[in-house]
Design a protein around this ligand. Structure first.
Ligand SMILES: [Zn+2]
Length: 163
């Protein structure tokens, strides 16, 4: 079998191969450590690294402040063919167009506190912050929010209804 695509090159990294389950739709689901939001994480050089960001970066180069976005809406997926660098607002728009957000999400989150966040993102922020691996400022950069907004999320001043 010819193995020439960037996908083949990425999945040939032994530790990726060991920890992903390849699905018929092409998704590579990270079956090792995940955040509550479902994103695959791996500890590298003392930091928790998101798998989808990692494979996006080794395939397409540095993020330049952008987010690794899924075309498949599947958080644990780290197939670079399903990922691209983009901005969070575009991602939210794409997700809305695909009907990902249900009515509850819209009532409790979108437009209520901050349009850039959703319950999954709120859980991920709290979880990553609790590990101590990212500062409020770093999380702010990741989510394109001022650090005080991130602080309000982790101190549960906003998004109180998200467990
Ligand atoms: Zn996928």
């Amino acid at each position: 079998m010819k193995r020439t695509t960037f996908e083949d090159a990425v999945i040939d990294i032994p530790w990726i191969k060991r920890h992903v389950t390849v699905f018929a739709n092409g998704c590579w689901e990270w079956n090792h450590a995940r955040t509550t939001a479902g994103y695959g994480v791996k500890r590298m050089a003392g930091k928790n690294v998101y798998l989808h960001r990692f494979t996006c970066e080794i395939t397409y180069g540095p993020s330049n402040g952008l987010h690794a976005l899924h075309s498949c809406d599947n958080p644990p997926c780290c197939n670079p063919a399903h990922l691209h660098w983009g901005t969070r607002s575009v991602n939210s728009q794409e997700s809305l167009e695909r009907g990902r957000f249900n009515r509850t999400d819209r009532l409790t989150g979108i437009g209520h506190h901050n349009a850039r966040l959703n319950p999954d993102a709120v859980r991920a922020i709290r979880e990553v912050y609790a590990t101590g691996n990212m500062t409020l400022k770093e999380l702010g950069k990741e989510y394109n929010l001022h650090f005080s907004s991130i602080q309000a999320v982790v101190k549960r001043k906003t998004w109180k209804e998200v467990a």
